[in-house]
Design a protein around this ligand. Structure first.
Ligand SMILES: [Fe+2]
Length: 299
């Protein structure tokens, strides 16, 4: 440990001890929820007080499909709302404005589409097709990510005989944001895996031809896990927006004080209240594949 780090650690410990000594040691009026320590004030489930994790997980098939982005059939997974007090299932987004499954049928193509402020991330979950923008056309297939900046017109095409199935996420750039001038294309199979984050995650970043310039501090990676492995249960602070979409396989999800099963087409956002842990568990069966989204705004 360097001297600088040591000094910082010592100062942090002193500051934390001072705070503890200064604070009256009172029993809280409302027990914290949920609780994980054996000697905690409260260790029972408290419906109505515990975070209702069912509001933070949703499947695209629960949404009515609509047309968007020049002719895609889109079904929302998560929608803008309040992640601290969701008014309805899936209404939890703050930094993304769209998180939806989008489909382009066999032989179909979209009309040219662009937006002055919207920046779009596509991840191809199944099928093959192409995207045309700025006079060039790129092939896309399962595992391809595409980032389209604000102000760039694009068209998607599916000349094949199977549906082109995409995850579509979008952010709204501030009025003074200067976007990149070309699209980015990346494939996770072109990157080396990063092992061991949160014990078990096998992460594959996208190897882009040019790094996407998101307006917010955000990014996407693909994650898998070995059979019979478990990720470290952990919580997230208010600054975080984190989403896990199950693309392939099934997994178990320890979420708050519930155990759920996550199936393909289902996504959850981690409640940013620092008291709702999440941990994915892989049983046997088909290897799981998640599309991970993370954003840390100001902290
Ligand atoms: Fe997390």
């Amino acid at each position: 440990m360097s001297g600088k780090k040591l000094s910082f650690t010592v100062l942090t410990a002193i500051a934390a001890a001072s705070l503890l000594l200064a604070r009256p040691q009172q029993k809280p009026a409302v027990p914290p929820d949920p609780s994980y320590r054996e000697d905690a004030e409260w260790n029972r489930r408290r419906p109505g007080l515990d975070t209702d994790v069912s509001l933070y997980i949703n499947h695209w098939r629960n949404a009515a499909p609509r047309e968007g982005h020049g002719g895609l059939v889109e079904s929302d997974l998560l929608t803008p709302g309040d992640p601290f007090h969701p008014a309805k299932k899936g209404a939890v987004l703050r930094f993304l404005k769209t998180y939806a499954r989008a489909v382009l049928g066999p032989g179909a193509g979209t009309r040219a589409y662009k937006d002055a402020r919207e920046q779009v991330f596509f991840y191809v979950m199944a099928g093959r097709g192409s995207i045309a923008a700025l006079g060039r056309t790129a092939e896309i297939e399962e595992g391809t990510a595409v980032f389209v900046p604000a102000r760039v017109a694009y068209r998607l095409a599916n000349p094949g005989d199977r549906p082109l199935e995409i995850l579509l996420a979008a952010e709204e750039a501030p009025a003074d944001f200067v976007p990149q001038t070309d699209i980015s294309i990346g494939r996770y199979r072109d990157s080396l895996p990063i092992l061991g984050a949160h014990w078990a995650h096998i992460a594959r970043p996208f190897a882009y031809d040019r790094e996407p310039k998101f307006a917010h501090p955000m990014g996407f990676v693909v994650v898998s896990m070995d059979e019979f492995d478990i990720a470290q249960p952990h919580t997230h602070p208010a600054a975080a927006e984190e989403i896990w979409l199950q693309v392939k396989g099934h997994s178990l999800l320890f979420f708050g004080n519930a155990l759920l099963e996550q199936e393909p087409g289902e996504a959850f956002l981690v409640p940013p209240n620092n008291k709702t842990p999440h941990s994915s568990i892989r049983p046997d069966g088909e290897p799981p594949l998640w599309l991970f989204f993370g954003c840390r705004q100001g902290g």
